[in-house]
Design a protein around this ligand. Structure first.
Ligand code: BMA
Length: 300
């Protein structure tokens, strides 16, 4: 099963940004006040990334803000952890607040930064919630057994596995547990990482992840999906045996980093259909359609 690409992809490119950027890609996604909100990564001409907001009434046609939303410089007291850029935000709503987890990149290596907002205008930046190297972090949308939980992807030696950990306050994290490691001899054999925020379904937590396999001098990034136990989120109930999206179209094959489909956000509609926001070749923003049921079926 492959999720269904929108026929007017890509929906955003650097031509939609009112000032000079190298690329716009890897957005976090959420619905707020009946609008579709994307917090997009823009790579600036100097090669460092910031975030910009794009808004839409229908989830396909987006208008990009005229100015940046968050920059390394917004991180005053945490600047030394983001000096080389902020990348790949995931957004989770818990009650009235939106929590952004993203990569802070600097000479101190990539690590996870947490920020919160209620209006996508004012942000409270909490700073690093992991040590380096760590990426691909997303927070579960509700407490499990009295704790907040996050999924992330620490790097140790040559290992690139998905882990969960828990927190009483979203700031202090502990009790790490491994969730899954790349399956050798397959499309995901070199590294995996959480893509979307996990969503609650009747069968478990549903989450997109990306898998990478190196070929010669390049790596191919594809998307898979996994179902985690509702009460013990480190337990995998099932996962897709084949990717649900692989680079195939020119806008996924050709760009700054070719042969990449990468997602860090999706939006679930009231009828349980899902818009998966993703980027082709680290260069643009695309959308694809699927549903909770279809994704659960491929995990079983
Ligand atoms: C990952 C991250 C993503 C990027 C992907 C493919 O390690 O850096 O931002 O989309 O590689 O290049």
């Amino acid at each position: 099963m492959e999720i269904l690409r929108y026929n007017s992809n890509p929906i955003l490119t650097k031509a939609d940004v009112s000032f000079k950027v190298n690329s716009i890609f890897n957005p976090g996604a959420v619905k707020f006040n009946n609008k579709y909100i994307l917090v997009c990564r823009v790579e600036m001409p100097n090669g460092r990334s910031s975030f910009i907001k794009a808004e839409s009434d229908d989830g396909y046609s987006f208008t990009v803000d005229k100015k940046l939303l968050l920059t390394p410089e917004s991180h005053t007291e945490f600047y030394e952890y983001v000096e080389w850029g902020i990348e790949d935000p995931r957004i989770t709503q818990i009650e009235d607040k939106f929590y952004l987890t993203y990569t802070g990149y600097s000479k101190n290596m990539p690590l996870v930064i947490l920020a919160e907002t209620e209006d996508f205008k004012n942000f409270k930046i909490h700073g690093p919630i992991s040590e380096p190297s760590n990426k691909d972090c997303s927070i579960f949308p509700e407490k499990i057994n009295g704790y907040y939980w996050k999924v992330d992807r620490p790097s140790a030696e040559s290992r690139r596995d998905i882990w969960v950990s828990k927190s009483p306050d979203l700031i202090h994290w502990g009790s790490p547990k491994i969730v899954m490691q790349p399956e050798q001899g397959t499309w995901e054999q070199d590294k995996i990482g959480a893509s979307s925020n996990p969503i609650r379904t009747k069968d478990g937590w549903l989450m997109l992840y990306h898998g990478v396999r190196g070929f010669g001098i390049s790596s191919i990034y594809k998307l898979g999906v996994v179902l985690l136990d509702i009460n013990e989120p480190w337990k995998v109930i099932g996962k897709s045996r084949e990717p649900i999206l692989s680079p195939d179209q020119d806008y996924e094959r050709i760009g700054d980093v070719g042969n990449v489909v990468f997602s860090n956000g999706w939006i679930v509609e009231d009828d349980e259909r899902i818009k998966v926001y993703y980027s082709g070749a680290d260069t643009n923003i695309c959308v694809a359609d699927t549903s909770i049921n279809e994704l659960i079926e491929v995990c079983k």
